[in-house]
Write a protein that binds this ligand. Sequence first.
Ligand code: FAD
Ligand code: SIN
Length: 538
Amino acid sequence: MREIFLVDVDLRRVPSLATDVLVIGSGIAALEAALAAAETASVLIITKAAPEESNTFYAQGGVAASLSPDDDPAKHIQDTLTAGVGLCDEAAVRKMVIEGRERIRELMAWGVPFDRDDRGDIALTIEGGHSSRRVLHADGDATGKVIERTALSRVAAHPNITLMPGVFAVDLLHHERVCYGAVAMETGEGSRRLLRIEARATVMATGGACCIYRETTNPEVATGDGMAMAYRAGATLADMEFVQMHPTTLYLAGARRFLISEAVRGEGAVLVNRRGERFMEKAHPLKDLAPRDVVCRAIMEEMARSGEPNVFLDLSPIPPERIRERFPNIMALCAQYGLDITRDRIPVRPAAHYFMGGVRTGLDAATDVGRLLACGEVACVGVHGANRLASNSLLEGLVFGREAGVNAARIAREPQPGFPERAVRRRFEHKRIPLDVEDVRRSLRSLVSRACGIYRDGESLANAIRMLDFWQQYVYAEEFASPSGFELQNMLQVAQLVARCALAREESRGAHQRREFPATDNARWKRHSLVSRFDFEK
Ligand code: FAD
Ligand code: SIN
């Protein structure tokens, strides 16, 4: 197997660090993994931006767990399987739901102040596709921020964990499908120093890749680096065509696609067109709380019918004081643009939100690259299938983050051969060409949005693949000296995989809708899409 790295350096000349367990990322999956591994191992966390900067931090709606006496884990499992349209792995779902309850109790023990109702019980809301109220939330609509800060403070206090912010993982150090750590680059002001991090086990927890789309709820860090790094190291990726759009993101000229939580509909808000007419009643028995893929398609159809670029969320069924208490951040954000959500309807439309696919792992978070584990949104353990159930991903990060940490620490205790001291080989002759990284990034995001959005068709996908191939030829040949260039290379890689898997899947299922194949084809396609470098290098 040829080795592919994005930097062309002699590793022996690069300053080195050593650790038992290297964790890449600092969202919920990473922090949970680090805390679990640190029970018996030394842990180094690297993260490319500030420690908080992650999808986790921006999570609004909450975290799903069947804790109420009116609920039952079997119902949570069934709702997850139903939303996933036949592609969830039941054992993984079962593990997430059952062990998730323990992880939530652990969060409470760590001091996460989940919101409580008037009687002092944990307040539970409902979101699309759930048959019971089972979504816990904190500080109204700031659940992610509260959980992230609590976990970060535990990490900071742990004697076995070192956290290095502003360190960008460029590539895994790998040889013959075994991982030995990573090459990283410092991203601080004026510093672009490379580091060689030798690790006995490595946990990839770099989150998703929705920044390959022009319109997304995700922060800028979600560029798919972990998926691309694992792919270059020879790992199998699964279900890359399944990208979840969130139905309701703020649609105002000049405003970013800020998420308007599904919990807003959980508390009673409804989707309407400009004339104030509801349209979800005709679309699904669960109406405004149908699974996300269904709501997105209904919105797209309503927009096509009306010729409008958006629909509206009408919060008038919710009393104003309840809106203030439950959604203080959404309210404040909308107010910046002159919208008073206790009175005004919110203009919304779908935007890219979550990657169901990712690095294929087993229930133990192991990938098919030795000593490399993956967890959270970067991974595909099979809990989401073709469409994720709302508020299941923080839960997934907690459960499989812990699994990854425990197993990484176990692997780190095994006897191991030394680090293979070898110079990095190149795949292409690297060269310097004048390249406007921002321009390619913008073009890529527009292309992906057109070809790999809610509706796809073979011709657009084939054209997108050709274009991506073309860009890839010269963007991959360039050796960049800054993270934005590496991110572009990773985004190109991930976009290729999304488009190729979407072209291959000749059916419609969950978040993947092909115009020429509108039916779900269980006979041919009730299976995962698996892809690795070797498929394209035969
Ligand atoms: P992240 O939290 O995204 O963390 C990834 C980390 O990796 C970041 O720290 C990033 O900086 C770092 N990183 C990335 N690349 C590199 C690199 N090359 N080198 C070093 N570090 C790197 N889910 C729910 O369950 N409930 C919700 O209410 C909810 N609301 C959401 C609201 C929004 C606006 C968004 C965007 C998502 C929401 N989700 C929600 C989804 C959920 O937040 C994410 O799926 C989940 O937090 C992912 O956690 P993670 O730890 O896998 O990744
Ligand atoms: C939301 O609050 O609508 C997002 C929940 C999620 O993505 O799970």
